[in-house]
Write a protein that binds this ligand. Structure first.
Ligand code: PLP
Length: 428
């Protein structure tokens, strides 16, 4: 047994499934998860001392590259002055100011410790603000694991959802309606029938949890106009897309202004930090000003804030996103070309530093379409790449992430490996 195998056996004895978050267990691709002992720049090393080019990037946060020396230095410096105070700090004002400057739809915000907390709090706030209970989410979008968001679609268009996890009472999801992504008609129909009862619509404005799926302009426009017309709060869940697809997130690309935005991943620079914010009149409903309760012992944690501030500084340097986008695009084009040469049904797309790889003829527009992609091919691809020391997320339903530390040489190596893997997939 190698060390990854040994550790997985040990882990399974004390941690359910051996992991602290389910996707890490390699359930959908099979095989043994790599236990990571170190990461630097574009690379991670596992416990067998194997070095991988990493396109997981801790699922998004590592946009400046792992263990960036300036981020590490910022963390080291503030850590010496104490890890947590449970009291306000000056640095958290600076981080809030910085986010507000970068994302103009956010007039006020509150810091929390995870994306799950951010979306859960934003939904409670939307309900408190509107005095309504019902919420709309879209099939294939993930907004963390709070009860009312662990929902799968009901049997008909206007039937409310059923829990997608055991342990969630049906009563908790009774108020969550699940609609198909990019389906303008379903959205219109729903608002026509029950628009006045909808507290909010929450959406990933570029979905990244059913692989990567982009919204159509018509879909986003209807979403904005219908919510406005019916007094429902529009929540953009930019936990993944914020500071990733562009500095200002997806909302800066599509010209749509949401009422509330949730953020996470990149803003913590690898530390546990997330935020929700938006219109000042809505944010004023939060305790202690208003009657919507929300709190956190470690909220605005000084070490996490320092990592976040430094990361935001680095990503605003000249040419950061241009270079990140060009690299990501070059990688996608290399993949497309390699697949075409051997005749694998494959396509890809990127927005900024986020990209999707699909074993399908066309880029999917919804969860249903994504579900038709060839997951058997994905498994072969995933393991073929891992054998060649290149790491992607262990599921066909995950987006992939480029960092500023990835070089053109890394990209060429990745494309070269993909060409070998595609050839093997076709020729057997
Ligand atoms: C990752 C993610 C979350 C959950 O964030 P956690 O920090 O894992 O709780 C919520 N929404 C989206 C869009 C995400 O990608």
């Amino acid at each position: 047994m190698n060390r990854n195998e040994q550790l997985f056996e040990q882990a399974k004895k004390v941690i359910p499934g051996g992991v602290n978050s389910p996707v890490r267990a390699f359930g959908s691709v099979g095989g043994i998860p790599r236990f990571i002992k170190k990461a630097q720049g574009a690379y991670v090393w596992d416990e067998n001392n194997t070095q991988y080019i990493d396109y997981v990037g801790s699922w998004g946060p590592a946009i400046v590259g792992h263990a960036h020396p300036e981020v590490i230095e910022a963390v080291r410096t503030v850590a010496l002055d104490g890890l947590s105070f449970g009291a306000p700090t000056e640095a958290e004002i600076r981080l809030a100011e910085e986010i507000i400057r970068i994302v103009p739809s956010v007039q006020q915000l509150r810091l929390v410790s995870s994306g799950t907390e951010a979306t859960m709090s934003a939904i409670r706030l939307a309900r408190g603000f509107t005095g309504r209970d019902n919420i709309i989410k879209f099939e294939g979008c993930y907004h963390g694991h709070s009860d009312s968001l662990l929902v799968k679609a009901g049997s008909g268009l206007l039937t409310f959802g059923n829990p997608s996890s055991a342990g969630v009472p049906a009563d908790f999801t009774r108020h969550t309606l699940v609609l198909p992504y990019n389906d303008v008609e379903a959205l219109q129909k729903t608002f026509t029938e029950i628009g006045s009862q909808i507290a909010c619509v929450i959406i990933e404005p570029i979905a990244g949890n059913m692989n990567m799926v982009q919204p159509t302009p018509e879909f986003l426009q209807s979403l904005r106009s219908l919510t406005e017309q019916h007094g429902a709060v529009l929540i953009y869940d930019e936990v993944m897309t914020g500071f990733r697809v562009a500095l200002g997130g997806a909302q800066s690309l599509h010209g749509i202004t949401p009422d509330l935005t949730t953020m996470g991943k990149v803003i913590g620079g690898g530390m546990p930090l997330a935020a929700f914010g938006g219109r000042a009149d809505i944010m004023a409903c939060i305790s202690p000003l208003g009657s919507v309760y929300q709190a956190g012992t470690l909220s605005g944690n000084p070490v996490a804030v320092a990592a976040g501030l430094k990361t935001l500084e680095i990503i605003q340097r000249k040419g950061f996103y241009e270079s990140l986008s060009l690299h990501t695009q070059a990688l996608c084009q290399g993949f497309d070309q390699a697949a075409k040469e051997v005749g694998v049904a494959f396509c890809s797309q990127n927005v900024g530093g986020m990209f999707g790889l699909y074993f399908a003829e066309q880029v999917p527009q919804s969860y249903t379409e994504m579900s038709r992609s060839n997951t058997e091919y994905f498994k072969q691809f995933f393991h073929g790449m891992l054998d060649r020391h290149i790491a992607f997320g262990p599921s066909a339903f995950e987006a992939c992430f480029m960092s500023a530390a990835h070089t053109t040489e890394n990209i060429a190596d990745t494309v070269g490996a993909a060409a070998e893997v595609f050839t093997k997939m076709v020729r057997g």
